[in-house]
Write a protein that binds this ligand. Structure first.
Ligand SMILES: Cc1cc2nc3c(=O)[nH]c(=O)nc-3n(C[C@H](O)[C@H](O)[C@H](O)COP(=O)(O)O)c2cc1C
Length: 363
């Protein structure tokens, strides 16, 4: 039987040649002072353009949303010019590419921010555990400053402006990063949102920032060009959700009416987010597993064959296998990436992983 991942997908707003998405992956190679993407970024994504859809690494919509060294932005004209090169290269190679919009909230450090600014978050709740990586190594987290209501509203407008920049840069759409314990999920989760204004205080209040961001971005570029990524019940980055069912069912019910490009659900742990949310989402659903090892082809096939997602995203396998769909189709062996070369640097560990040898017809 041929793999369900290799069949074309025709959804309400997305038509893809296969059901293999390249998941967003930070590579930390942008110019740290400006946030302009690395000159090889176009080559890197174009090499991976046989993915049905590429979602870029997270890009900051405001410099206070930058989480670490070498993370690119989508704010200035220079960013737009840099990303236009990337989208041009991907389109020339026949691919489709969405930009991920990523504000990290409290998951950064003054050493990562201009003027050693204090990180902004829904509430002044510090990360107690894991240190944070900065240009000067791993350091303890600082206590973030709670955004004022006006700052939360301005940040929503920053997402919309970045989405407009994405379209100017030639992207096919944008994905709002609402997962993995960053700003949007910090608003959703009870332990990181202790606000008493309209962005907190109740489930409706906790949901408001996510809903407002998606609505603002959709109003800016059209809902059919907007995806949202969520990771219900993901404890990463010290998130503790007391009521993930209530939170995410309500979020999905609210956003389903908008007619978005897709919902991207990271399944993690025992909660069963895909099974819970699939019946509530009428549009395209992208599945993803985030476990200790790179997700296997088989795991993605099982999810798509069961109808729990329409398409499936793979992260780590794409680092060392630029032609992942070809390898899935042919059974060509998968290469493993070099962990020390994932973040930062130049071509090594970035654009120098070769495609599998394709047998040439003999004449
Ligand atoms: C190096 C690396 C960087 C990542 N950066 C991002 C990111 O910028 N945005 C995001 O939403 N997820 C990010 N992720 C999570 C991946 O999108 C994906 O959910 C995870 O790797 C699980 O998929 P896999 O098992 O196929 O690797 C990153 C993962 C890795 C390994």
């Amino acid at each position: 039987m041929s793999s369900p991942l290799l069949t074309p997908y025709a959804g309400p707003h997305l038509s893809l040649p296969n059901r293999i998405v390249m998941a967003p992956m930070t590579r930390g190679r942008a110019d740290d002072a400006t946030g302009v993407p690395h000159p090889l970024t176009g080559t890197y994504y174009a090499q991976r353009a046989t993915a049905g859809l590429i979602v870029t690494e997270g890009l900051w919509p405001h410099v206070l949303g930058k989480g670490g060294p070498g993370i690119p932005g989508l704010v200035t004209d220079a960013h737009v010019a840099g990303w236009r090169e990337v989208t041009g290269a991907v389109h020339a190679a026949g691919g489709t590419i969405f930009a991920q919009l990523w504000h990290v909230g409290r998951m950064t450090h003054p050493l990562n921010l201009p003027g050693r600014a204090t990180p902004r978050a829904p509430s002044a709740v510090r990360i107690e555990g894991e240190p944070i990586y900065t240009g000067q190594g791993d350091v303890e987290h600082v206590t973030p400053r709670a955004m004022t209501t006006a700052e939360a509203e301005a940040t929503i407008a920053d997402f919309a402006a970045a989405a407009r920049n994405a379209i100017r840069a030639g992207f096919d759409g944008v994905e709002v990063h609402g997962a993995n314990g960053y700003l949007v999920q910090q608003f959703l989760a009870e332990n990181t949102n202790r606000r008493t204004d309209r962005f907190g205080g109740s489930r409706t209040g906790r949901l408001r920032f996510a809903v407002d961001v998606v609505e603002a971005v959709a109003a800016e570029v059209g809902p059919e060009r907007v995806g949202l990524r969520i990771s219900p019940h993901n404890p990463e980055n010290e998130i503790a959700e007391e009521d993930p069912e209530g939170t995410y069912r309500t979020l999905v019910d609210t956003l389903d009416r908008l007619g978005l490009a897709y919902l991207h659900v990271i399944e993690r742990g025992a909660y069963g987010a895909l099974a819970d949310l699939r019946p509530r989402w009428s549009g395209t659903l992208i599945g993803n597993f985030n476990g200790p090892h790179p997700t296997s082809q088989k795991a993605g096939e099982v999810v798509v064959a069961a109808g729990l997602a329409d398409v499936f995203s793979f992260g780590r396998h794409f680092i060392a296998n630029p032609d992942l769909p070809h390898r899935f189709a042919t059974g060509a062996p998968l290469a493993t990436h070099v962990p020390s070369l994932v973040y930062g640097g130049d071509a090594e560990g970035y654009t120098d992983y070769p495609a599998a040898l394709v047998p040439q017809p003999t004449t």
